[in-house]
Write a protein that binds this ligand. Structure first.
Ligand SMILES: NC(=O)c1ccc[n+]([C@@H]2O[C@H](COP(=O)([O-])OP(=O)(O)OC[C@H]3O[C@@H](n4cnc5c(N)ncnc54)[C@H](OP(=O)(O)O)[C@@H]3O)[C@@H](O)[C@H]2O)c1
Length: 401
């Protein structure tokens, strides 16, 4: 079934990659409110078979896929007698994205989302794009594929969704600057001594957004804003030096675009991911959500401050990687994934994350990325290099974390 992009209110079949995660479950929540309009083709997860099976039954999905083959039998059992097709393995996740759904939510975490997102792009689908690591590790190649296959990439990150909604794509020359807002994360007011001893629990306790573990830690280091800066550069074709970051702890203004005449346009709302997800799901129309309404009279105050580069060096690392170009952002993102996972596993300290990313970026050559094979190679090399650095930390005592 092909649905015209402009046909607001008409059925739109959907596939949700990463349906069991934070963005995935919120997408399921919206889709389940209007199952007639949003029939589900495929749902995918890594290994959370219990939730995946429950979602597949509830949404009457045609296909449910797990990336981890070791849980295939369990998923098959849970869905036996339903007629829902079951598959497992990384290739099966990419094959799920190839199924003819009009709209695909890319909400896998990390570079594992590259192949499935690409599979959806290559068949010209509307891709709701949350999985920022994919654009960081292969931005230029990804945008070339989007153009070559006539796919539509709709940003789901709240900041990029905000920019998308106020960005003048017909007159890009009139855009002076993008301003990405940042909550500042749980350590916004903390010093480096506090961060050195920070636990996993403290790092994932985000003040305004309820998100998956990896992005929560990225928010605490502010690497998340660095990844978003790179994402914005590729999505909107704006050079790095014209993308600024502004700390705004209340997360009400989701980002801003400054035009050459001095006008600044912004998108506002309460911090609820269902709003940007719904924007992509209903695009080019809008659909209702249960998100709490913004009441500016009740909002005590909206405050702003510049990010502190000394306490949060990850932003500088991301900028430097984008300036360096080639495989540098790929290395940055891969090393960060390895380091964040090691921190979540309590194998390294919080400040080891940025150190491991910086050392990996310094140690490896920033080769040009001519094709996806080069992306995979740079990604794998960075993961090996960063993992060795994690091992070196592991030799010291981290038992108290
Ligand atoms: N959460 C937010 O509010 C938010 C906001 C903006 C952008 N984002 C971005 O959206 C993406 C998803 O974030 P999230 O917070 O939703 O993450 P999450 O809660 O950790 O969920 C990740 C999803 O990806 C699946 N997954 C993990 N590893 C996989 C693999 N190797 N292969 C296939 N699937 C895999 C997980 O399955 P299991 O459940 O089985 O592990 C889960 O469904 C990230 O790139 C993040 O930066 C998130």
């Amino acid at each position: 079934m092909v649905v015209t992009a402009g046909a607001a209110g008409e059925p739109r079949s959907v596939t949700i990659l990463g349906s069991t995660g934070s963005v995935g479950t919120q997408t399921v929540d919206l889709v389940a409110r209007d199952p007639e309009r949003f029939p589900v083709v495929a749902l995918t997860a890594n290994r959370n078979v219990a939730l995946l099976a429950e979602q597949a039954r509830r949404l009457r999905a045609r296909l449910a896929v797990v990336a981890d083959p070791s849980v295939y039998a369990e998923l098959k059992d849970l869905l036996s007698g339903t007629g829902i097709e079951v598959a497992a393995g990384a290739e099966a996740v990419a094959a799920a994205a190839e199924q003819p759904a009009d709209w695909v939510m890319a909400a896998i975490v990390g570079a594992a989302g590259l192949e499935p997102t690409l599979a959806a792009v290559r068949r010209g689908a509307i891709v709701a794009f949350a999985n920022k690591e994919v654009l960081v590790c292969a931005g230029a190649l990804m945008m070339e594929e989007v153009a070559a296959h006539g796919a539509t990439l709709l940003p789901v990150d709240s900041e990029h969704s905000a920019i998308y909604q106020v960005f003048d794509f017909d007159r890009i020359d009139s855009v002076a600057r993008l301003i990405l807002t940042a909550s500042g994360g749980p350590f916004r007011t903390r010093d480096r001594a506090f961060m050195a001893a920070a636990t996993r629990e403290q790092a994932v306790a985000h003040p305004t957004w309820d998100m998956g573990a990896k992005i929560s830690v990225d928010s605490a280091t502010m690497m998340n804003k660095g990844l978003e800066l790179i994402e914005a550069h590729f999505l909107f074709a704006i050079p790095e030096e014209r993308i600024d970051v502004l700390v705004h702890p209340q997360s009400v203004i989701h980002s801003l675009v400054e035009y050459v005449d001095g006008s600044v346009l912004a998108q506002l709302g309460t911090p609820d991911m269902r709003t940007p997800i719904a924007y992509a799901l209903g695009w080019p129309g809008r659909i209702a959500t249960p998100a709490q309404r913004l009441d500016l009279a009740k909002a005590a105050s909206l405050t702003f401050e510049a990010p502190d580069p000394d306490r949060f060096p990850a932003l500088r690392l991301a900028r430097a990687a984008l300036q360096s170009g080639g495989g540098a952002p790929t290395i940055l993102s891969a090393a960060n994934e390895v380091a964040v996972q090691a921190f979540l596993d309590r194998r390294i300290g919080f400040l080891d994350i940025e150190r491991i990313v910086e050392e990996t970026l310094t140690a490896l050559p920033h080769r040009p990325l001519r094709d996806l094979a080069a992306v995979r190679e740079a990604d794998a090399e960075a993961r090996r290099n960063a993992a060795a650095r994690v091992m070196a930390v592991g030799a010291t005592a981290v038992g108290s974390r």
